[in-house]
Design a protein around this ligand. Structure first.
Ligand SMILES: Nc1ncnc2c1ncn2[C@@H]1O[C@H](COP(=O)(O)OP(=O)(O)OP(=O)(O)O)[C@@H](O)[C@H]1O
Length: 625
């Protein structure tokens, strides 16, 4: 059985890798669809703020040309004022216009910033919710694959900035085009070659930034899996669940050195990219400076010939910076949208994972009276070995069925099939004589309750730890109390706030429980759901002798009008079952009552003898000691 409790959230690294190495490059069609979907995502997150953001951005985009023109008029007017060419009133009018433009610009940019911030927040919330909704609809098997964790991690990383990035860059692109066209028209007046030279000067820098943007993305994409391993190593060092083992065995230095090895690998790749990018960036800057110098020389030649006013020259100097900036914005906008869409694929890729509709199929009604496995086989996805083969048995209401077998025999897998977390890959399961596959998993699961070997220890209140089994009855304190009593979890009453006491070490004020106490609470959770099938996977593993006895008594009691399925390595528990099934290598090798199996003298008898001998030896040593 895999230990899910030890699988820790990947939270330790500052790296932000892209998609996994296996993801194929998306076609143009996919990119176009992603683009549309991203914009839809942004719009739906908050139409009001999205519209405000677009409008204010576009209005702002015409301000630079207007400011340049008014500035030129003002300078020319000042130059002529001395010679009586412009009155003080005229100068004041132009100044008023300039101040007015600045005020409008400030207002637009304030509203734009506020709209962008609120839009970003709404977008982050909406995208996170989509991811969580998707994750909650994924089949259990998806959580048993490393790829799912890669995709989930990548999707989460893109939540914050990418969708807003695409929208901002698109709006920025449109605004830059408007500014470029208007300022470009003003510059074109200064000579036919000036504008093309200035435009050309902006290109190399943008090309370099685009080239290395894509390269950076590919680098992160290659590193995704290793970064997750690194995260895991870091989280082992900071895990409350593992700290005891780590300290005792003293393998912190080993973990740290492996963690650092991964870092050094990432570092080498980063250094390579930074080195090449720096060289290219410098070359681009050099080329750009040459072209700008040429354009300036052309303008100065015209000035020397008396063909330019002071205002025109100032327009050239300021316009040059504007055009360069805007060409950069246009091209960076295009490449930025492209790059952000690469990352958005990670998010959409995750959101497109096939979900399992737990509600598809007929609605199961009423209690389950009988369960029959008919020649059931199972193979985990992407593996090549059947872990269950030709499994057949029947169990009815009022009976307890025990599954026995060595580690890895297939007991938990069988329970996963029974509880419809997985579907058999061969044979069928009959419930009350009807094929379980016809009914929706969710409706069948309502009739089942379980305590798994790796049961949850939820960092919530004690009451919530029980009531999550049936959230419709969250406030049913008497019901929760009864379940707690049935599970022998009386310690809950001694907690500072009773059922309201927060549990676990993760959050402030949380009370930590012992392994056995957590297990009793998980039992209470099992009882809280009024199910007709109860599944106990190692229910006494963490319990002391007294608690084990209580649990066995409870099992007897609970079985009377239900079906109980029990997995245990403790024969003291197993022997009470009405029917015992022995699994070996995924096949049933023996089945019968405790007495029958002992009489048979097979595998069961052998394992039982072994355990009994162990107990007898213990007793003898105690007596002697
Ligand atoms: N998610 C999985 N993907 C692939 N193989 C799996 C998966 N889970 C379990 N297995 C394999 O299936 C086999 C049966 O595992 P299972 O957990 O059912 O055994 P078990 O009898 O419950 O063992 P234990 O007594 O140790 O809990 C094992 O060989 C195991 O490696």
């Amino acid at each position: 059985m895999e230990s899910e409790r030890c699988r820790l959230a990947p939270v330790m690294s500052s790296r932000s890798p892209g998609p996994p190495p296996s993801s194929a490059p998306a076609s143009l069609q996919v990119r176009t669809a992603d683009f549309r979907n991203t914009l839809a995502l942004v719009w739906q997150a908050s139409p009001r703020h999205a519209a405000t953001f677009v409008l204010t951005s576009l209005l702002s985009s015409i301000l630079p040309a207007a400011t340049l023109w008014v500035g030129k008029l003002l300078l020319d007017a000042v130059a002529h004022a001395g010679a009586g060419g412009a009155s003080y009133t005229r100068l004041l009018q132009l100044l008023g216009l300039q101040v007015g433009l600045t005020v409008v610009g400030g207002l637009l940019s304030t509203v734009q910033g506020a709209a962008r911030e609120l839009l970003g927040d709404a977008l982050q919330h909406r995208t996170s919710r989509s991811i969580l909704e998707k994750a909650s609809g994924l089949p259990v098997e998806a959580f048993e694959r490393a790829e799912t964790y890669d995709q989930l991690q990548q999707a989460y990383r893109e939540v914050g900035s990418r969708p807003l990035g695409v929208a901002t860059q698109l709006v920025g692109l449109a605004s830059a085009l408007v500014t470029l066209a208007s300022v470009g028209a003003l510059l074109a007046r200064l000579g036919w070659a000036v504008l093309p030279l200035v435009l050309l000067a902006a290109l190399p820098g943008v090309w370099v930034s685009n080239k290395f943007g894509v390269e950076g993305y590919r680098m992160l994409r290659r590193q995704t899996h290793d970064a997750r391993v690194q995260n895991y190593l870091g989280s082992v060092l900071t895990s409350d669940a593992l700290v005891k083992e780590v300290r005792l065995f003293g393998f912190e230095p080993y973990l740290l050195s492996r963690w650092r090895e991964y870092y050094l690998g990432f570092r080498r790749q980063l250094e390579d990219v930074v080195r090449r990018r720096s060289g290219w960036t410098f070359a681009a800057a050099l080329f750009s400076a040459l072209l700008v110098g040429l354009a300036s020389a052309l303008v100065l030649r015209r000035a020397a010939g008396g063909g330019l006013t002071v205002g025109d020259f100032s327009l050239f100097v300021l316009g040059l910076a504007q055009v360069q900036g805007q060409v950069g914005n246009v091209l960076n906008g295009v490449s930025g949208i492209y790059q952000n869409l690469l990352y958005m694929r990670n998010l959409f890729g995750f959101l497109e994972l096939p979900a399992r509709d737990l509600n598809s199929g007929e609605e199961w009604q009423g209690p389950i009276h009988s369960i029959e496995f008919q020649d059931v086989g199972f193979r985990y996805p992407l593996t090549e070995r059947d872990v269950l083969r030709g499994v057949s048995f029947r169990v009815e209401r009022g009976q307890a069925l025990a599954l026995v077998g060595e580690n890895g025999a297939g007991k938990t897998t069988l329970v996963k099939l029974l509880t419809r977390l997985f579907e058999p890959t061969g044979g069928r399961i009959l419930l009350n004589g009807q094929d379980a596959a016809l009914f929706s998993p969710r409706s069948v699961q309502r009739e089942m309750s379980s305590i798994f070997q790796d049961f949850g220890q939820y960092q919530m209140s004690a009451g919530e730890n029980v009531a999550v089994a049936q959230t419709g009855r969250m406030d049913d304190e008497p019901g929760i109390g009864q379940a707690v009593d049935r599970a022998g979890a009386a310690f809950v009453e001694t907690l500072p706030e009773g059922l309201q006491t927060p549990l676990g070490r993760l959050f402030q004020g949380g009370q930590q429980l012992s392994g056995g106490q957590w297990q009793r609470l998980a039992l209470a959770r099992l009882y809280f759901r009024g199910a007709s099938v109860l599944v106990f996977d190692e229910p006494t593993a963490a319990l002391d002798a007294r608690a084990e006895f209580d649990t066995i008594e409870a099992l007897r009691r609970e079985t009377r009008d239900r079906i109980t399925v029990l997995i245990s390595h403790r024969f003291s528990t197993v022997r009470l079952a009405d029917r015992i099934v022995v699994l070996e290598g995924g096949k049933i090798t023996e089945s019968g009552t405790h007495g029958e199996l002992l009489a048979l003298g097979g595998r069961y008898a052998q394992l039982y003898e072994l355990q009994a001998r162990g107990y007898a030896e213990e007793e003898r040593q105690k007596a002697e000691g």
